[in-house]
Design a protein around this ligand. Structure first.
Ligand SMILES: Nc1ncnc2c1ncn2[C@@H]1O[C@H](COP(=O)(O)OP(=O)(O)OP(=O)(O)O)[C@@H](O)[C@H]1O
Ligand SMILES: [Mg+2]
Length: 461
């Protein structure tokens, strides 16, 4: 790989040697006789790698190093020095130099450092762009007063170890709130372990949460570590907590009270230090009234309750959200970002948004796919958001809708099943548990169907 390399050294002989070695290997070489000059070149030419002398008149190497860092945090720097004191080497390492070469520099060491440095820079850049993509993906967008209250609660809850119960309709951003609390907490560097209690079949949930020993039950051929243990020192996010069976509720309560878990098939308990965040779109107090949810667990969980408002309560966030999603999709699909006309935004603001932000996100995605122009107009929006002002985002996605007219009996059966499910899901605002209950099928089966027919309100769930 050909690179642009800057050599900063006050000794002309060293600069010449380095230039010879580097150019022989095919690299573009820039040289500077002082720290000051080196920084100027680095700023103007953005080199891929820097060889830096320590002892120079004027700006000394360590100072140059720290300023280079400020210029570009991914830039790899190799120190080349005749005065290799351990203290200097340590300090250079602390400032982010990744190699230390003795003078006079030997060809093999120099080329080796170039190879390693370029690799390192690539990794650093990838890492940085992945991290920023993730951050954008998990960013809570919106500046409405209603969302502002959520931000306040997140800020207050985050630094504590208190259990948080996040409440709100489907698609309002409960998961994002949970992640935000973890990210702003003292546990941010530890794991965030998510468990969707509704998606895991009843008979597996306990071993999923608490783990099991080998042979604990038929089929337990290997020992499994539970999610609570995995989340030790970090955060566990119990999503759809309202769907947990009475037996599991009792066990979770025990973890909250005692701070210890017991693997299935084991009599030993293990201490865990886990912060619990739970979420549900169910009305838990109603569930308590119906005898489906333990009151004592409810009080344990809702030390800090956070209610996430529906999109209908914060219509003013729509333009910002639209812009955010356009940015995300354009970046992911390498597309030129489009603009929504004011009338188009108004049309979006008038829709009912039963599926909340997730539904809005899907509508934006569909509009981007279906409208080739640079500007999305109100008419484009109306084509996707149904005329009775109920958004049609819940309708089958183009890719998963199957044949327009089923040709075989099997196709017809699948087509009708899919249509039925979409209709019901829409009717119950994409509340999976409720829909499953009403159509009398286990939640796990409904999840399986969603996957089979690619019925999705959202692709990242
Ligand atoms: N304030 C927001 N800013 C940006 N994106 C958001 C926001 N709120 C939600 N989203 C997006 O909407 C989708 C749904 O959010 P999330 O999964 O957090 O909702 P939820 O409340 O957990 O839904 P469910 O009850 O169905 O599990 C995700 O794609 C998420 O990124
Ligand atoms: Mg969720």
């Amino acid at each position: 790989m050909k690179a642009r390399i800057l050599v900063i050294d006050d000794e002309a002989a060293i600069r010449d040697t380095m230039r010879m070695i580097l150019e022989y290997d095919g690299h573009d070489t820039l040289t500077a006789g002082s720290g000051q000059e080196g920084l100027a070149i680095a700023e103007k030419e953005s080199p891929d790698l820097v060889f830096l002398d320590i002892k120079m008149p004027g700006l000394d190497g360590l100072e140059v190093l720290s300023r280079l860092r400020g210029l570009n945090e991914t830039l790899p720097v190799v120190i080349v020095s005749a005065h290799g004191s351990t203290a200097t080497a340590l300090e250079a390492g602390r400032l982010g130099a990744f190699r230390f070469l003795e003078k006079p520099p030997s060809k093999d060491y120099v080329l080796d450092a170039v190879r390693e440095g370029l690799e390192l820079a690539t990794l650093r850049r990838e890492n940085r762009s992945l991290r920023s993509a993730l951050e954008t993906r998990h960013q809570l967008v919106g500046s409405s007063a209603a969302l502002g209250q959520v931000f306040d609660q997140v800020r207050r809850a985050a630094p504590t170890n208190a259990t948080v119960l996040i409440l709100g309709e489907s698609g309002v951003g409960k998961e994002l709130v949970a992640r935000a609390i973890h990210r702003d907490s003292l546990r941010a560097r530890e794991r965030f372990v998510q468990v969707n209690c509704a998606a895991i079949p009843e008979e597996l949930i306990e071993s999923e949460l608490f783990g099991h020993e080998r042979g604990a039950f038929t089929g337990a051929t290997e020992k499994q570590v539970g999610k609570f243990e995995m989340a030790d020192r970090g955060t566990i996010f119990l999503d759809e907590i309202g769907d947990m069976s009475a037996k599991t509720q009792a066990k979770v309560l025990r973890v909250l009270q005692e701070g210890e878990v017991e693997r299935l098939g084991s009599s030993k308990t293990a201490k865990v230090d886990v912060r619990v965040i739970a979420a549900t779109n169910k009305d838990l107090e109603h569930e308590i009234g119906e005898g489906r949810f333990r009151e004592d667990l409810f009080y344990r969980l809702s030390v800090i309750p956070v209610r996430v408002p529906t999109l209908r309560e914060r219509v003013s966030d729509i333009p910002e959200l639209v812009q955010h999603f356009v940015g995300v999709f354009s970046r992911e699909n390498n597309r030129r970002p489009v603009r929504f006309s004011p009338a188009a935004l108004e049309a979006l603001a008038g829709a009912r948004w039963r599926g909340n932000i997730r539904e809005l996100r899907n509508v934006v995605e569909r509009l981007l796919i279906m409208s080739p122009g640079d500007v999305i107009e109100a008419s484009d929006v109306r084509a996707v958001v149904r005329s009775d002002s109920r958004p049609a985002a819940a309708a089958p996605a183009a890719s998963g809708s199957g044949p327009a007219t089923p040709a075989t009996l099997r196709e017809f059966k699948e087509w009708s099943e899919r249509t039925f499910l979409v209709e019901k899901l829409r009717e119950f605002g994409w509340n999976i548990s409720k829909t499953a209950e009403v159509i009398d099928t286990p939640r796990s089966n409904l999840y399986k169907k969603l996957e089979q027919y690619q019925i999705a309100q959202d692709t990242d769930g």
